[in-house]
Each structure stands twice: as structure tokens, then as C-alpha cells.
Design a protein around this ligand. Structure first.
Ligand code: TPP
Ligand code: SF4
Ligand code: MG
Length: 350
């Protein structure tokens, strides 16, 4: 009798250019609240790093303290990690990338971690153009300590118990542009397509890529009266443009209409395409970026997209001319003067 059993079809494994599946880019199971915007951001990081074919063993993840700062535990499980003190991640990140130029660094902070206790460190990180993707998971509150207002909470927004915020907010994008960051973007945790394109472009950038991601806290800041809730952001999101991103290892085949799309060549040869709403929008124009941010803020809106890019400035490690080889693997004779050289110095001081 003929064999009628059919062999079940196994779908082909979807792998990236390193032959890895997305599962390699995941981390531990999240302990954040279900629906927290921070979880969606971790998902986008997993996707973007997988799509870019980043080697996880070359990545260092850094963070401070907060629900947001717990996120690196939930992505890139095969990478190096350092959970710093509250607001002090920038100095640890600076040390790490100076000691090892071969690392790709990604830092996750919160609006409290960055805008309150860590504001001094943030300022110097931005002006130094440290090669680091710096993500602020911005929910307008201190989620981990039960939802107090953070420095990015808008005037007039309310806590769950009705208390009204009467202090003006910091705009981290305005600050980053003013301070010298060379890639500044804002997105929304619920906008998969835009956030994914921005993250991929940030991976291709050499210098500080500062991304402020509006990320509603569903437990303490997703109610009426909050300007960082899902409903509010969806209604007041002024998208700057549709972004296409082509990694440098792919053929550049993206279609775009001349005159409506801005092409930006990133440091590693990757290209970022911004489809502009406003034909005048040029992400390399610093003054325009600041004007757009101020104008949208005045209307109670958030401009989202890549707001500013300066692809050609030297990053901090290049500026300091640090060695290419990681300090940890440099042989002793390269990091310590020989006895003869030391004796000579001592002799010259007599
Ligand atoms: C030195 C120090 N001060 C205060 C705290 C308490 N604390 C922990 S997290 C946090 C705020 C976190 O807010 P944010 O950075 O916005 O993160 P979120 O939890 O909202 O994601 C504060 C004040 C601390 N851990 N260490
Ligand atoms: S408290 Fe808020 S910020 Fe923290 S995990 Fe829950 S939803 Fe997210
Ligand atoms: Mg917060």
C-alpha cells in the first residue's frame, strides 16, 4: 500500500546576516507592569539589533536606576552589562567606551534618572559626543518610586491623586541639541515603525545618539490629566517625517522622491532617509530643529522623528586619540613605562 503520511512542513528559520534568530537578541522575562511602554521599547531594541546583524558580544548595555533602567535585563542577553548608580550611568559609559573602542554602547535611562539626579552627567555626556546610544524612556514620572512628577512632566499635568504640576518641564531634545549631541530624536513607544527606524539609524551613528522615547507609565501616569498617556500622545504626536533606513551592508535600493526626502549619510556609510511633512525640514539645521521643538511644545504637541543629525563631528574617543586595542588586552609593556624609562625620568628630576 502507498504511504499516504505527509511530512509536516517546518517553516524556514528566519535569521539575520550573522545567521542568528531574534531569540538570540532577547533577554530575561520582564518584571515591569504589563502594558508599560518600556517593554515595547525593549522589543524594538531586540528587533533593531537583530535586523542590523549586530554581534551581541560586542555590545555593552548600561543604565542607572528606575523601571526604565531595569530594561537592559530584558534585551540582548548575550551582551555585557552594567547597572550604575541613579543618574551616574553617563560617567560609567564614558569610561567603558574610552577603555574599549570596539564596543557598541547602549544606555537606557529614565526622565528622572536623566533630568533630575543625573542632569549634570547628562550635560557633559552630550557635549563630549561620547559614542553611545542614549535612550530616555520618558514617562513624566518616577515610576519605580510610585509616580511622583519628574522634570519632564508638563505644567498642569496631574498625578493620579489630583495634585497638579506647576513647574515648567525640561525638554531633553532641546537640551541635547544645545549641548552638542550629534543625533537627536524623539519617538513614542507605541510607534513601532518609527522607533525601529530611529534605533537602526542610531546603531549606524558614531557619536552620541540621544533618543527620547515617550513611554506611558500605565500604573501611575496613564490617566486623564497626564500629558504622557497613550491617549494624549497619540492625539498630539506631530510626526516630522516618515523615516527609511538602509544599513551600510545592504544595497541602497530605497525609493524616494527627490525634493520630498532628505538623505543623511551616517558615519559608517549607512543612509537615513527622512520623508518630510514640511518640505523645508532639514535635520542638519540646528536652529530649525530648535524652532520646531519650541513651536510644537507651545501647541502642546510633540515633534517626533529624527530632529537633528550632525554626522561628521569627531566622537570623544577619536578626539582623545585613544588606542584602538582595548585597554584590558594591551600587553604590560604598552601600558607601563619600562624601568629604564622611569629611571631616566627620575634622574632628570634630581
Ligand atoms: C541616590 C538615589 N536617590 C533616589 C533614589 C530613589 N529612586 C529610585 S528610581 C527613582 C526615579 C526613577 O524615575 P525614572 O528615572 O523616571 O524611571 P522610571 O521608573 O519612571 O522608569 C528614584 C528617585 C535612588 N535609588 N537613589
Ligand atoms: S510602575 Fe510604571 S514605569 Fe514602572 S513598570 Fe509599571 S508601568 Fe512601567
Ligand atoms: Mg520616569
Amino acid at each position: 500500500m502507498a504511504d499516504t503520511t505527509t511530512v509536516p512542513q517546518v517553516p524556514p528559520r528566519k535569521v539575520n546576516r550573522l545567521g542568528l534568530e531574534t531569540s538570540t537578541y532577547r533577554g530575561g522575562k520582564t518584571t515591569l507592569c504589563a502594558g508599560c511602554g518600556h517593554n515595547a521599547i525593549s522589543e524594538r531594541i531586540v528587533e533593531a539589533f537583530w535586523e542590523m546583524g549586530v554581534d551581541g558580544s560586542r555590545v555593552i548595555k548600561l543604565s542607572g536606576i528606575g523601571c526604565s533602567s531595569k530594561s537592559p535585563a530584558y534585551f540582548l542577553g548575550n551582551s555585557h552589562g552594567f547597572n550604575a548608580v541613579h543618574g551616574r550611568m553617563p560617567s560609567v559609559a564614558t569610561g567603558a567606551v574610552l577603555a574599549n573602542k570596539t564596543l557598541l554602547a547602549i544606555g537606557v535611562s529614565g526622565d528622572g534618572d536623566t533630568g533630575a539626579i543625573g542632569i549634570g552627567q547628562f550635560v557633559h555626556l552630550m557635549r563630549r559626543n561620547v559614542p553611545l546610544i542614549y535612550i530616555i524612556e520618558d514617562n513624566g514620572c518616577y515610576g519605580l518610586t510610585k509616580g511622583q512628577f519628574s522634570p519632564t512632566a508638563d505644567v498642569g499635568s496631574t498625578l493620579k491623586n489630583g495634585i497638579v504640576n506647576d513647574l515648567p518641564p525640561l525638554d531633553t531634545c532641546v537640551l541635547a541639541i544645545e549641548l552638542g549631541a550629534t543625533f537627536v530624536a524623539r519617538s513614542f513607544s507605541g510607534d513601532k515603525k518609527q522607533l525601529s527606524a530611529i534605533l537602526k539609524a542610531a546603531v549606524g551613528h558614531r557619536g552620541t545618539a540621544m533618543i527620547d522615547v515617550l513611554s506611558p507609565c500605565v500604573t501611575f501616569n496613564d490617566h486623564e490629566g497626564s500629558t504622557k498617556s497613550y491617549a494624549y500622545v497619540k492625539q498630539h504626536d506631530d510626526v516630522l517625517g516618515e523615516i527609511s533606513f538602509v544599513p551600510f551592508f545592504d544595497d541602497i535600493t530605497v525609493e524616494y522622491e527627490p525634493g520630498t526626502t532628505k538623505e543623511v549619510v551616517l558615519h559608517d556609510g549607512s543612509r537615513l532617509y527622512l520623508k518630510k511633512l514640511d518640505a523645508e525640514y532639514d535635520p542638519t539645521d540646528k536652529l530649525q530643529a530648535l524652532r520646531v521643538l519650541h513651536e510644537t511644545a507651545r501647541r502642546g504637541e510633540y515633534a517626533t522623528g529624527v530632529l537633528y543629525v550632525e554626522p561628521d563631528r569627531d566622537d570623544f574617543a577619536t578626539l582623545l586619540n585613544t588606542v584602538d586595542e582595548p585597554l584590558a588586552t594591551l600587553p604590560l609593556d604598552k601600558v607601563r613605562p619600562s624601568k629604564g624609562a622611569l629611571d631616566e625620568i627620575i634622574e632628570s628630576l634630581r
